[in-house]
Design a protein. Structure first.
Ligand code: SIN
Length: 332
């Protein structure tokens, strides 16, 4: 278990970035709504004012962004990095909770896990239903996240985790696997680190992840190296890659992640185009479009295999690798 010296005072700071957890709509069944409408202060207040068991936990909130996470980009990650740096440096802060949209949560969680060498817990949470829905899941998720963050700080646990639908997932392997249902995340084959029962008990089933290797400063680069994702599929003749290489700023393309078929196999038409891209200095990594099982490197494979990471996480990993920060789990 990753135990550092326990915090006597564990103030929890909630950093708001938007998402459905801050979403509102007129439709109680939540078929139509706008993400990122309520300020994080209001989202937090709704939960802390209603929960007696949170009374002993000092909570602060700070709005870092207010976006639908489909629009996540480098500049928001930079803002989040600056806020995290400032809050983690405060001695009285024991833990951070980040409210986020579900759609790109796996990318932010992976990025933070990879870059943060922290001695405090960072807990991301989100919701599948807006705050105005009959079925709003945000309040329970935020409540659980605050309790997990507080308990982890008291126990001296550090690292990046995600709390959703009563489960605690490691930040490095969590992914969205359901586009509609409330229990929308899993660990890509790993079991949850812990469960939070309806009565609020946290069952610690596994060790927390060891914090990542650092490299935080790379987030201050103006732009990351350009890495795009291409999918292999029936009829994938490489036209997309040819088009990327033909356009005037082709030199900016530094990496391609292939979401391959099955165990990372690639249509021969796409292979032809990827070889041409490689000739031009573009790095190629393979992942799979299949939900479980991942891609291992095998004798004779030309391009590295990205294990069980999702294609979107592999894109982040390749950007970081191009900035000199290698990722565990990439096999070549
Ligand atoms: C978003 O990702 O911001 C919108 C969708 C969601 O949070 O579930």
């Amino acid at each position: 278990m990753n135990v550092k010296s326990p915090m006597a005072v564990a103030k929890v700071v909630v950093l708001g970035t938007g998402g459905t957890i801050a979403g509102t709509g007129t439709d109680q069944k939540a078929l139509t709504y706008q993400a990122a409408q309520l300020g994080v202060d209001e989202v937090v207040e709704q939960v802390t004012s209603a929960a007696a068991d949170l009374a002993g936990i000092p909570v602060e909130s700070l709005q870092v962004a207010q976006i639908d996470s489909k629009d996540m980009d480098w500049s928001v990650w930079q803002d989040l990095a600056r806020a995290l740096q400032a809050e983690l440096a405060r001695e009285e802060v024991g833990a951070i909770v980040i409210t986020h949209g579900t759609d790109t949560l796996e990318e932010t969680a992976f990025l933070l896990d990879r870059l943060l060498d922290v001695s405090k817990p960072i807990v991301l949470t989100a919701a599948m239903r807006p705050a105005t829905s009959d079925e709003a899941d945000g309040p329970r998720n935020l409540h659980d996240a605050l309790r997990v963050a507080h308990a982890a700080a008291r126990q001296g646990q550090a690292g990046v985790v995600v709390v959703m639908a009563g489960k605690v997932w490691p930040g490095r392997s969590v992914r969205k696997v359901q586009s509609c249902q409330i229990d929308a995340f899993d660990g890509g084959g790993c079991a949850p680190l812990g469960l939070i029962t309806d009565s609020g008990a946290i069952t610690d089933t596994k060790d927390w992840p060891t914090p990542g290797g650092g490299g935080w400063a790379c987030l201050m680069a103006d732009q990351p190296p350009r890495v795009e994702i291409v999918t292999s599929h029936a009829g994938a003749d490489g036209w997309v890659v040819d088009a990327l290489l033909a356009q005037p700023l082709a030199g900016e393309l530094k990496g391609l992640v292939v979401a391959g078929t099955g165990h990372g196999t690639i249509h021969r038409g796409l292979v032809r185009a990827l070889l041409a891209a490689e000739e031009r200095g573009v790095r190629i990594w393979r992942s799979t479009r299949v939900a479980y099982g991942g891609v291992d490197f095998r004798e004779g494979d030309r391009w590295p295999a990205a294990g069980t990471l999702t294609p979107a996480q592999v894109r982040v990993a390749l950007m970081l690798d191009l900035m000199g920060i290698p990722s565990a789990g990439i096999r070549a």
